[in-house]
Structures are given as C-alpha cells and as structure tokens.
Design a protein around this ligand. Structure first.
Ligand SMILES: C[S@@+](CC[C@H](N)C(=O)[O-])C[C@H]1O[C@@H](n2cnc3c(N)ncnc32)[C@H](O)[C@@H]1O
Length: 269
C-alpha cells in the first residue's frame, strides 16, 4: 500500500455494537466505544492491520500498554505480545500480554528488528521525550514493520483544554462527567500529560518522513468523549457542541475542533 487510506466502516461498527467480546472478533475496548467516528476509525485501523501484517505468528510490542489493548482479537490470538509500562499497577492488571516489563518506553531497548508491530495507544501525550520513544520503536521494528499510534490532537478543543488545564481538572472531569469513580487512583486514568511537540500530527508526519517511516493511515476523528457526554450530560454536551460550532465557523481552515483524537499507522521502509 503506497498511500494513506481512509475507510468508512460506520455500518460494520453499528452492526457489532454491544456484542460481548467473547462472541465478537473485536476487543472489548472497541465494543466499549460509543458509535461514532472513533469506533469507525478504529475499525478502519483494524482493516489496515489485517491487510498489512504478515499472516504468520506475530511479535508485538505494546508501548505503555497498560491493561487494555485496542488490537483486533484475531491479531492478538496469533501474537506474542510484550508490554512495557512504567506503572506497576497497570502491569499487574495486564491480562493479554505474554511478557510484561516494568520500564520506560523512552529508554527501553529491544534487539533491533524484534517486532512486526509496535502499538502506542493513548501514551505519547504522557511522554516528556516523544522523539526518544519513537527512535526506540523504530530500532525495535523489523523492516516493513508497523507503528500504530493513537493520541489526542493538541490542536482540537479537547486537546487545548487538556494541554493547558491542571491534572486535578482531568481527574474531576473523569469522575464527574465520565462517571469513573476510581479516576485518579493508583494505576487508574487519567495519567499526567506533557504534550511534547511531536504529539502534533503535522510534526509527527514530518518526523516520519525524515526517519524512513511511511504514513499508511492517518485519521483525525471526533473524540469519543462527545457522544459519551451527549448521552450522560446532554445539557453540558449541547453547550460544548454549540461552542464548537461557533469556533468552527470563526477559525480559519476547514478543520473541526471536535476532532480531538487521531490514529496513525507508520511503516518502516
Ligand atoms: C492512558 S494510559 C493508556 C493505556 C493503554 N494503552 C490504553 O489505551 O488503555 C497511559 C499508559 O502509559 C503508561 N506510561 C506513561 N508514561 C510512560 C513511560 N514513560 N513509559 C512506559 N509507560 C508509560 C501509563 O502507565 C499508562 O499505563
């Protein structure tokens, strides 16, 4: 595949909604996403992985894997998964990896050419040195191997609020708006954020081009927090939707400030 692809998987996504993970080919993390752009993009990511990964046994590195994987079950079933995470509780709670390592993804080194896929999902925004982590990922990849990154978009409304608000506000938001009573406890989200410049998609794209990485998938999408909020806190959601609508009208360019997250797949060439 030589160019960036975008696949509309809306129908597939809705067809599988609320199916228990054991009866689906999808991981619970995908089934837990509300119907919408986030889920559609993750399904598109799964389709790209299905078409791009070798059909044999796979070696996968989950960088900051925590206790949740967003990979298709079909891929996980034929993979040896190694997780590196800096948090002891996250490592203890992990039940899908064959190997867990308490370590820092910015400095942990594997033998060169060890992995078919490196996945770093909801992690780069927490790293003070994303460049170091990306170098470690590249070294550890086989030729033709893939890096899947899922991250918040710092140029979106939620990205700006997250970047410039204190950590206690993130904990408050998770507890009172998302309804996660354990938010902020040891090993529980939200984790402190840094938003290194390379989290910005255009800068990540430049880094990829300069370091022999081909971007084969790129999608900015509406953060799943919006559909969640519309269901849980409709008045607050309506106010934020109205504010986003006005910002979209006033800001130059055609980007949607609700596009709070992105997926990127890079191939080592
Ligand atoms: C928001 S969680 C995401 C976990 C999982 N990837 C997911 O999507 O559910 C962020 C994870 O990154 C880990 N993390 C943060 N900084 C790290 C670092 N420098 N090295 C390794 N893991 C790190 C945290 O401990 C946490 O498990």
């Amino acid at each position: 595949m030589n160019k960036t692809v975008t696949i509309d998987f809306a129908k597939t996504a809705f067809a599988d909604a609320y199916v228990p993970a054991g009866e689906s080919t999808h991981p619970q993390s995908l089934l837990d996403l509300p119907p919408g752009e986030a889920r559609e993009s993750l399904l598109a990511v799964h389709a790209v992985l299905a078409g791009s990964l070798p059909p044999s046994r796979l070696a996968i590195y989950e960088a900051g894997g925590g206790s949740t994987s967003f990979l298709p079950l079909e891929v996980l079933r034929r993979a040896h998964v190694t997780v590196v995470d800096i948090d002891e509780d996250q490592i203890r709670n992990n039940d899908y990896a064959q190997e867990t390592i308490l370590g820092d993804v910015q400095s942990h080194r594997f033998d060169p050419g060890s992995f078919d896929l490196v996945i770093c999902y909801n992690v780069i925004e927490h790293l003070p040195d994303v460049e170091a982590a990306l170098h470690r990922f590249c070294e550890s990849l086989k030729q033709g191997g893939l890096i899947l990154i899922g991250a918040p978009n710092p140029k979106s409304l939620s990205g700006v609020v997250t970047k410039y608000s204190p950590h206690w506000f993130h904990v408050w938001f998770y507890r009172h708006v998302r309804g996660d009573k354990r938010a902020g406890e040891p090993g529980q989200a939200p984790f402190p954020t840094f938003f290194h410049p390379l989290v910005t998609l255009s800068k990540l794209e430049d880094f990829a081009a300069a370091h022999g990485l081909q971007m084969i998938y790129r999608k900015e999408y509406e953060s799943p927090r919006y559909p969640e909020m519309r269901a849980r806190k409709p008045v607050l959601a309506a106010l934020i939707d109205a504010a986003a609508y006005v910002m979209n009208l006033l800001l130059p360019g055609k980007s949607d400030v609700r596009h709070g997250d992105y997926h990127v797949i890079l191939r080592k060439i």
